[in-house]
Design a binder for this molecule. Structure first.
Ligand code: PGA
Length: 252
């Protein structure tokens, strides 16, 4: 049995005061759902104060990105050790990073390895554009992202990652993939490729999340699916009631 994970990706939202207010409320509201791994990923400026609020809480903390190098002249970047000071997780290869900040499968691969080396759980994001989807290229795109993004990982390392399948056309659009379609892609192209690379046992143990317009109204459908192990939530992660309802849906 795979433990479900619900991770909130706050993106570029919330100042420190607002982040602390939201996470203080989530600390209470999410407390009953201990069968779900609960993670919040605020902006970097809030990692320190939020980590203090979450101290001794089972809610995990994640960053939204990091560099792969240990240190050096990389203006504006955070190193793996800086993230590890406060976090247990790091979102890597989000489609917005790939699209607006020129991240490639190769740079994402370096980040995944750096995260594993320092003991962070990478939330490795993959997904196809609308154009690729309509051209029937979803499987081809995911196969490439998985092959190169996870290149060089041992089976033991692969077992530690979390994968988030986020069709780009579903992110922030309100046009979520149906639970059947998401499950088919996750059980097929995503878990199938993980099996080819890391073997059945490891692939069956890896949590694979769906992301893209997950809301309280549709969450329960996804979590009833055989291959969907939770969600990476954007917009709905910014509201206490919505995020709590999604976590509750995952708790069953
Ligand atoms: P959304 O974002 O829930 O707002 O669609 C998901 C994500 O980008 O992780």
């Amino acid at each position: 049995m795979r433990t479900p994970i619900i991770a909130g990706n706050w993106k570029m939202n919330k100042t420190v005061d607002d982040a602390c207010d939201l996470v203080s409320k989530l600390r209470e509201s999410l407390a009953p759902y201990s069968t779900v791994e609960r993670v919040v990923c605020p902006p970097a400026t809030s990692l320190l104060p939020v980590s203090a609020i979450l101290d001794e809480s089972p809610i995990g903390l994640g960053a939204q990105n990091m560099h792969w190098e240990e240190k050096g002249a990389y203006t504006g970047e955070l190193s793996p050790a800086m993230v590890k000071e406060f976090c247990g997780y790091v979102i890597l290869g989000h489609s917005e990073r790939r699209e607006y900040f020129a991240e490639t499968d190769q740079t994402v691969n370096k980040k995944v390895k750096a995260a594993l080396n320092i003991g962070l759980t990478p939330i490795f994001c993959i997904g196809e554009t609308l154009e690729q989807n309509e051209a029937g290229k979803t499987e081809e795109v995911l196969t490439r992202q998985i092959k190169f993004g996870l290149e060089g990982l041992s089976e033991e390392e692969a077992a530690k990652i979390v994968v988030a399948y986020e069709p780009i056309w579903a992110i922030g659009t309100g046009k979520a993939a149906t639970s059947e379609d998401a499950n088919n892609v996750i059980g097929g192209a995503v878990r199938g490729n993980l099996k080819k690379l890391f073997g059945n046992t490891v692939a069956e143990s890896i949590r694979i999340l769906y992301g893209g317009s997950v809301k309280p109204g549709n969450a329960v459908e996804y979590f009833g699916m055989s291959d969907i192990d939770g969600a990476l939530v954007g917009g709905a992660a910014l509201k206490v009631d919505d995020f709590t309802a999604i976590v509750k849906a995952a708790a069953g």
